[in-house]
Design a protein around this ligand. Structure first.
Ligand code: SF4
Length: 419
């Protein structure tokens, strides 16, 4: 979500004649686009802000703009520490005028639940792959999560605006589109004429020239059989499902307010794998949620052994002030969270490697994205399963879809040869 927002922020800057520079000391404007989901990235914002404040340079230090979720939830603190402009994630359409006025004091442009503006410019980071927002905000209020406070309630974009953007990026040469939302499965319920996410997928798939269609993130409680069948039936829908499990223990899932049991989660994965046998499945998980016992943690380990995810984003729980979980007891000690995390990471890494080694010899379609920065004469790209493949090839292949045989499997993907 933040990567896509950064493209919008870059587009706004370009629109008023700003261009990127390498050294922050030369900058007229510095934008910190922030994430509040975990504690560490939020702390980094303040240390980076302090570093920028000390800069001199030709403009006497850049005008400092803070955007993103920290801007929404921590505006007073940012102002106190020297931010010049603070803009919440629903208000980027107002950034241009704030920048142009070159405010001398601090501007806090906060959005709450204000509708997100359409038609903001974007300087897209990739020509081949694009993120397209479909729904902003989240209504779920999982006990640990700051997102609903920072990004407001759910607001679906109109399907015609989404499809126009998909058509636009495909016309500009994009081959791989990811539909983006905190919870894409709840897309469309708030529109005057409700549209399901599966129906939106069908509309996007019909855009001529689109090779690959993905989405993130999906919520297990809202995932439907209709969506699984739709994915299996659409030529462009990629065989990759990112479904956050968060925990394998029903007691912890309930305390988190996730709205599903492990058995339900597992049945969704089984249905998806049955419908799409070459499907890769990835997940998000946290260890050390308040009250998580050793038995709860073992349930998460068991879930990972049973499901065998292709990859996982694994974190230690930490308190986000203002969330329900921040007040829950008992807390798990940091040392214990670290022990659990290392154990889970070791299990997952072994699984990822085994899955990739087991598929050596298979042929995958690869979208070639770039020359491999580590080895001359090789290029790399992603399979439809969103795994990395590195193989010998000319840079003229960049932008092409080619068939590549996986020769050697690693934790991160494969090295291969073109067939
Ligand atoms: S679904 Fe839960 S974890 Fe995901 S953004 Fe919403 S509140 Fe946060």
């Amino acid at each position: 979500m933040n990567e896509r927002d950064s493209e919008t922020l870059a587009g706004i800057c370009e629109g008023i004649g700003l261009s990127p520079c390498d050294d922050p000391a030369d900058a007229e404007v510095a934008i910190l686009n922030t994430c509040a989901v975990r504690e560490k990235p939020q702390e980094k914002v303040y240390s980076r802000l302090g570093e920028l404040r000390k800069l001199g340079g030709p403009h006497g230090g850049p005008l400092i703009v803070v955007t993103g979720c920290v801007a929404q939830i921590d505006a007073d603190e940012l102002r106190r520490r020297g931010a010049d402009i603070v803009v919440g994630p629903r208000c980027y359409d107002m950034l241009q005028s704030a920048l142009e006025e070159r405010l001398s004091g601090c501007a806090f442009i906060e959005g709450g639940d204000r509708p997100v503006a359409e038609c903001l410019p974007a300087a897209r980071a990739s020509k081949l792959k694009a993120f397209v927002n479909i729904i902003y905000g989240c209504d779920n209020f999982c006990a640990y999560c700051i997102v609903p406070y920072a990004r407001g309630r759910e607001q679906s974009r109109r399907p015609e605006d989404i499809i126009a953007e998909v058509r636009d990026v495909v016309t500009s040469g994009c081959r791989d589109v990811t539909l983006l939302g905190q919870n894409v499965n709840s897309y469309g319920h708030d529109l005057p004429e409700p549209v399901s996410f599966a129906a939106l997928m069908r509309q996007a798939d019909a855009v001529e020239g689109l090779d690959r269609l993905r989405f993130t993130t999906s919520h297990p409680k809202d995932m439907t059989q209709d969506l699984i069948e739709t994915m299996a039936s659409l030529p462009s829908a990629c065989e990759h499902l990112h479904l956050p499990i968060q925990a394998g223990s029903d007691a912890v899932l309930e305390a988190m307010g996730r709205g599903y049991t492990y058995a339900h989660f597992r049945s969704l994965i089984e249905a998806a794998r049955e419908a799409m046998p070459r499907m890769s499945v990835t997940t998000d998980v946290m260890v050390g949620f308040p009250g998580e016992t050793e038995e709860d943690f073992e349930a998460t380990l068991r879930a990972f052994e049973e499901i065998r995810f292709d990859q996982a984003f694994m974190f230690k729980y930490n308190d986000r002030p203002g969330t329900r979980a921040a007040t829950m007891e008992p807390k798990v000690s940091n040392a214990e969270k670290q022990r659990r995390l290392l154990k889970l990471v070791a299990l997952q890494n072994a699984t990822s490697r085994v899955i990739n080694v087991a598929t050596e010899g298979e042929v995958f379609e690869v979208l070639v994205e770039e020359a491999d920065p580590k080895s001359a004469g090789k290029v790399r790209g992603r399979t439809r399963q969103n795994k990395l493949m590195i193989f010998p090839g000319e840079e003229s292949l960049i932008g092409e879809l080619v068939n590549v045989r996986a020769v050697k499997g690693f934790l991160w993907g494969w090295t291969g040869e073109r067939v």
